[in-house]
Design a protein around this ligand. Structure first.
Ligand SMILES: Nc1ncnc2c1ncn2[C@@H]1O[C@H](COP(=O)(O)OP(=O)(O)OP(=O)(O)O)[C@@H](O)[C@H]1O
Ligand SMILES: [Mg+2]
Length: 249
């Protein structure tokens, strides 16, 4: 349903994405893994049309994303960025309501407000609904941006390190929620550093190394030798029944 065909991208003259082709199935929950600087964020921005590839095509259900209006794209893809700098002052509720923009003609309707409220409750943000987002902790803010993406009711959600600032309760809740969303048919694509969290929750893996895909597939793709080469640290993989654990040492 999302298809990348030989995507190449450079910032100025430095090549960062060096010919990537991949197919993300509807309802799959994919972890994009790889060292710092390997191109994960750049890949997510290309998938969301924030950056345009110099070569290659990205197709959403067969349609070239370059031909979709921002409004059409926002109905299709929600994006939770890695870093959120200070924002224009707005309450948590209004920020989540912004996710309804692609559906709103003049001003938000009752339905839009109801959807935003339901999502706030679902993400346990209702207590802070009226706080200014600039006054939140990093983890609270991250959950607000996940809520905003959900309010878009998109078919695909892209998340860049969504659990980096979350305590273990909210990490668990976010993974649990993303797992449920993928089971309901929403395609989840997430950049993440924590290999074990990814192994625990995702069903597909794309391992990036310096702008190319070094390995892809299910959890069987990981080998100590390859991870050591890519991460430049000694790695031990433990496999126990259906569980896989990856530890550096
Ligand atoms: N705006 C930019 N201008 C120039 N170079 C950039 C820009 N953004 C990223 N890069 C470079 O592109 C490469 C890939 O960066 P990217 O942010 O995609 O990596 P990443 O895999 O997301 O890393 P991290 O794990 O640290 O988040 C890096 O070498 C980075 O320095
Ligand atoms: Mg990144």
């Amino acid at each position: 349903m999302i298809e990348l065909n030989d995507i190449r991208f450079s910032y100025n003259s430095s090549s960062v994405i060096k010919g990537i082709s991949h197919h993300f199935e509807k309802g799959s929950f994919t972890a994009i893994l790889g060292p710092n600087g390997s191109g994960k964020t750049t890949l997510l921005k290309l998938l969301n049309n924030i950056l345009k590839p110099q070569k290659g095509k990205i197709l959403l259900s067969g349609k070239d994303i370059r031909n979709l209006s921002p409004r059409q794209l926002a109905k299709y893809i929600g994006y939770v960025p890695q870093f959120q700098s200070n924002m224009f002052p707005a309450t948590v509720f209004d920020t989540v309501l912004l996710g309804r923009n692609p559906y709103i003609r003049w001003s938000p309707g009752e339905d839009d407000k109801r959807i935003a409220s339901e999502i706030l409750v679902r993400l346990h943000l209702d207590d802070i609904a009226l706080k200014d987002i600039n006054h939140l902790s990093g983890g609270q803010r991250q959950r607000v941006f996940i809520a905003r993406a959900l309010a878009q009711q998109p078919e695909v959600i892209l998340l860049d390190e969504p659990t980096a600032n979350l305590d273990i309760r909210y990490q668990h809740e976010v993974f649990d929620l993303l797992g449920k969303l993928s089971k309901s048919g929403i395609t989840i694509i997430m950049a993440i550093h924590d290999l074990n969290q990814a192994l625990n929750h995702c069903d597909g893996f794309v391992l990036m190394d310096d702008g190319v895909i070094a390995a892809r597939g299910d959890k069987k793709i990981f080998s100590e030798e390859q991870l050591e080469k890519i991460y430049k640290v000694r790695i031990k993989i433990f496999r126990e029944g259906d569980h896989t654990y990856i530890l550096p040492f």
